[in-house]
Design a protein around this ligand. Sequence first.
Ligand SMILES: C[S@@+](CC[C@H](N)C(=O)[O-])C[C@H]1O[C@@H](n2cnc3c(N)ncnc32)[C@H](O)[C@@H]1O
Length: 272
Amino acid sequence: MTPARLEQLARVVTGRSGLAITEARLPFLRARVRAAMVRAGAASEERWMEELEASASVGGRLWTEFEEALQVHETRFFRYAGHHRLLAEVVLPELAASLEPERTSGLRILSAGCATGEEPYSIAMTVLEHLPPGPGWPVEILGLDIADGALAAARRGLYRPSAVADVPRACLQRYFVSEPEGLRVARPVRDLVRFFRHDLRRDVYLGKFDIAFCCNVLLYFTPDVKQQVMDRLTAAIRRGGYLFLGHAEGITPPAPAFDARHHGAGVVYRRL
Ligand SMILES: C[S@@+](CC[C@H](N)C(=O)[O-])C[C@H]1O[C@@H](n2cnc3c(N)ncnc32)[C@H](O)[C@@H]1O
């Protein structure tokens, strides 16, 4: 693909998806284009581009699959140890103390951009290990992602042994079952987590949350789209709830709506 056409495609992608395709990411885009053209059996670049643009304007399959192929699904169990320490030592005790006993809706946790499920399953393990004994609110963790392939893997909950390197030993023993094909996340953890296809930029969020994780998602967006998603997240977190971000999102939650709480090396934002 010529540099001019690649740049044209980068503009289409940025305009439609909000993904920031900087110069450094052009080789990544080029590689994804090649793979997509082979998959589609495209006769020529020109034709493929025309079809892609037509598909993009109606949200068609060619575009959706291409947009999915542009996503980065890199993730790990317990990716940020500091987040889990904060969750266990600050957030869960504070929430448990503040939730009214008569509340029936339970503790709702969002994993926005959950990829193949490691993040929401890690959250579920920390909750099972550390939620202080109390009136026994039901816990619901929603894993949302735009990529169907990643969501299918998340729902399977089956991982290679190398994927669990950072899982605390106690959680590894309690919450994984060894199977011939790998390690399966155990039923008590899976029962807390549900996965949905959801576009954080556009879809209506699924109710209010006590805790939201949005890690390594916003960094790929343009500044405008980062802000839009941040506004949506802000609206989706109930007052007194908490927001965890990745370490390099390139945006901080707005000061009047959030208060930064530091604990050890970690930081969480409390919705005021
Ligand atoms: C790098 S992974 C982060 C996984 C996990 N949160 C972590 O920090 O380990 C980013 C994920 O965000 C998802 N994503 C990107 N744009 C999205 C959008 N608009 N709506 C929902 N998910 C999105 C991608 O498909 C990908 O699985």
